[in-house]
Ligand binder design. Structure first.
Ligand code: APR
Length: 268
């Protein structure tokens, strides 16, 4: 049973690891946005817990009949009682929380060099983080399957189904990566480059259930990086991390930022 004194010590150890790191990055998951009102996927109230996880054939189904996929998608987005509606409704209402703010501050302090996020809610960028790699895409964007051209969904009138790319004539889909869809190569290469460069990784709010992201902490550890996990529960990655801070991201991350603030202001 850890006491608050143990927790304080662990928090200071985490801050020391991050302060001493040459190149610290973060990997975040749905748990970071839970305190913004966005449900996670696999927790007790998780979307997949409630509705079942989408099939790994989702992308193939889309590719075989993109028109039918878009028709169903637009119906689901406006009809309560399905995961698409629930996630869209929650993300539309969501605001960044103190966890996002702390990560933006850690970047500002020069502690965090990049954030790899599995979240598609865009909250890191909204809260001011600049170096953000959205490995599963961003639900506010559209992406052409043909040429990869991305554009904001807001302001794009979806009239033809499926929408067709003006650049290359390819089919346009949501930027969000579907189950069974390859991660866009440039994004995946950029993520791997960050993982290979890091000597510390802050692992926040992810169950470690989905590859390739779940491999990143293991790759970083093999490269000699110190891994710090922030999660109220233990996960399938906990056994591989150097330090597990058991708590909510919205509490733990601001505490880490607070303890690093004076340090960084001394250096300035
Ligand atoms: N602070 C930190 N962690 C939290 C919090 C919180 N306030 N609340 C919940 N968590 C933790 C849970 O304990 C769990 O370990 O967040 C994790 C959420 O796990 P998942 O729901 O599996 O989300 P994630 O790991 O991001 O899923 C990865 O799966 O379906 C795909 O594309 C989807 O990007 C997602 C990927």
């Amino acid at each position: 049973m850890s006491t608050s004194c143990d927790f304080e010590k662990a928090l200071l150890t985490a801050a020391d690891i991050l302060a001493d790191a040459r190149y610290a990055i973060a990997l975040t998951g749905a748990g970071l946005s839970v305190e913004s009102g966005i449900p996670s996927f696999r927790g007790p109230d998780g979307l997949w817990t409630r509705y079942g996880q989408p099939s790994n054939l989702s992308y193939r189904v889309f590719s075989q009949d993109p028109q039918a996929w878009w028709e169903q998608r637009l119906r689901d987005e406006s009809t309560p009682g399905n995961p698409t509606y629930d996630l869209k409704d929650a993300v539309d209402r969501a605001m960044p929380n103190p966890g996002h703010a702390a990560m933006a501050e850690l970047e500002e302090l020069g502690i965090l060099r990049a954030v790899i996020t599995q979240n598609v809610d865009g909250l890191h960028t909204r809260e001011g983080s600049k170096s953000v790699l959205e490995i599963h895409g961003n639900r506010n964007y559209l992406r052409c399957v043909g040429c990869g051209h991305r554009q904001p969904r807001d302001g794009y009138a979806i009239t033809d189904l499926p929408p067709i790319c003006n650049e290359c004539g390819g089919v346009i889909k949501l930027d969000t990566v579907m189950f069974g869809e390859p991660i866009p190569r440039a994004t995946l290469d950029a993520c791997i480059e960050e993982v290979q460069k890091c000597d510390a990784m802050l692992l926040v709010g992810t169950s470690g259930a989905v590859n390739p992201a779940a491999q990143f902490p293991l790759m970083a550890r093999e490269g000699g990086a110190q891994i710090i996990e922030v999660n109220p529960e233990s996960t399938q990655l906990t056994a591989s991390v150097h330090l597990a801070l058991t708590g909510q991201a919205g509490d733990v991350l601001p505490a880490i930022a607070r303890s690093l603030r004076p340090l960084k202001s001394e250096e300035d």
